[in-house]
Design a protein around this ligand. Structure first.
Ligand SMILES: [Zn+2]
Ligand SMILES: [Zn+2]
Length: 384
């Protein structure tokens, strides 16, 4: 199928679409221009579509076919990063860039949509196309689920694509089981009692207590966590104090807790609270701690992943399909994979011009990866 002549026309068309999207990056849930572009391309292909959320698009191919639908998902949002590349299609919006490759994802899904629409007669089941905003936050998958993206037709399996700077263009990576991390960000205010720096016994030093907290929470990683089950506890910001001879009465800290399984997540967040509250109590201070639950971990269904791997090996060749390790990055496709068997197709984009990875202002994608990603999507839709 990857050698099919159809791709000769689809590949350059898909790259053009990717470049149009790349020029006009949009952020978060507000992707009106990209959404309208997707809708007009679907109109041109004769594919019916709706909006399950304000800017989320759902397309359906083969809606009259029997059986459960397979959902293919692409995200559309960019990042608030200035592009440092000198490409003819570089970002035209200052301070914004498609540095996570979501422009490629949207183009790949449109490429697959065109192929599948041209070949509806050999399609065995309905295909749902999901174009979502807000993956980089605050989350565009849940609003689309609430808007019915998994119903009419009923979705029974799902897959997403994500470009990866760990693989050469042309390769597809798969992870079975836990694939992407869960994210729980926190803000913490340590409250002590101010006073003169020369009289520590009259105050409660919020800086000293904070230092004890920073040390103690790392014991969750080094002494309590199974070393084969990853956990990251990171303090990202710390602010407190007035001048050299004043005991700080408060310190504010923010940070993140990353885990790979629902069990680890529950335990890590609970123990984090207990350790922070224990240290604070020891030092007669107080703390206001708010943990903001982020995306859940993405757990790829084992048997669905095995099936997809067999399909991809048959279609793309065994040398093009590789097993890749899990990461502690987060992915809001996890909400889909909590409800139906799901997985991520990691699409290699490393080529000759590659210098730096995702979320970087110098990211240069080898666009030959788009065909591999679109062909993988297509194979899953046709063969599963
Ligand atoms: Zn990203
Ligand atoms: Zn991304």
């Amino acid at each position: 199928m990857i050698d099919d002549k159809n791709w000769d026309a689809i590949e350059p068309w898909m790259i053009d679409i990717r470049r149009i999207i790349h020029r006009r990056p949009e952020l978060g849930l507000e992707t009106p221009e990209t959404t309208r572009l997707v809708e007009s391309v679907l109109d041109g292909l004769g594919i019916a579509h709706t909006r399950p959320s304000e800017y989320g698009v759902k397309g359906i191919i083969g809606g009259d076919k029997p059986g459960g639908a397979v959902l293919l998902r692409a995200d559309m949002d960019a990042l608030p990063i200035p592009e440092r590349n000198d490409l003819p299609f570089k970002s035209e919006i200052e301070g914004r860039m498609h540095a996570c490759g979501h422009d490629c994802h949207t183009a790949m899904l449109l490429g697959a949509a065109r192929y599948l629409k041209d070949n509806t007669s050999i399609l065995k089941r309905p295909v749902v196309l999901m174009f979502q905003p807000g993956e980089e936050g605050p989350g565009g998958a849940l609003p689309m689920i609430e808007g019915g993206v998994l119903e009419n037709p009923t979705v029974t399996e799902a897959c997403q694509v994500h470009v990866t700077s760990d693989l050469k263009a042309g390769l597809i990576g798969l992870t079975a089981g836990p694939s992407s991390g869960a994210c729980d960000d926190f803000t913490m205010t340590v409250l002590g009692r101010g006073g003169h720096g020369s009289a520590p016994h009259d105050g409660i030093d919020a800086i000293y207590v904070s230092a004890a907290i920073i040390q103690a929470v790392q014991s969750l990683v080094s002494r309590e966590q199974d070393p084969f089950d990853p956990l990251v506890v990171a303090i990202g910001t710390i602010h407190g104090g007035f001048r050299e001879n004043v005991i700080a009465d408060r310190v504010e800290m923010t940070g993140t807790i990353r885990t790979l399984t629902p069990q680890s997540r529950e335990r890590a967040v609970r123990r984090f609270r207990e350790v922070v509250e224990g240290v604070v109590k020891t030092h007669n201070a107080r703390v206001e701690l708010v943990v903001d639950p982020g995306y859940p971990p993405l757990v790829a269904d084992i048997s669905w992943t095995r099936r997809v791997k067999e399909i991809l090996v048959a279609e793309l060749g065994s040398e093009a399909v590789v097993d890749v390790p899990a990461s502690l990055g987060v992915e809001d496709f996890a909400y889909i994979a909590e409800r139906v068997p799901g997985l991520c197709l990691d699409v290699g984009i490393v080529g000759d011009q590659f210098t730096t990875g995702l979320h970087s202002p110098g990211l240069i994608v080898d666009e030959r990866g788009l065909k591999a990603g679109a062909a993988a999507f297509t194979a899953v839709a046709l063969r599963s």
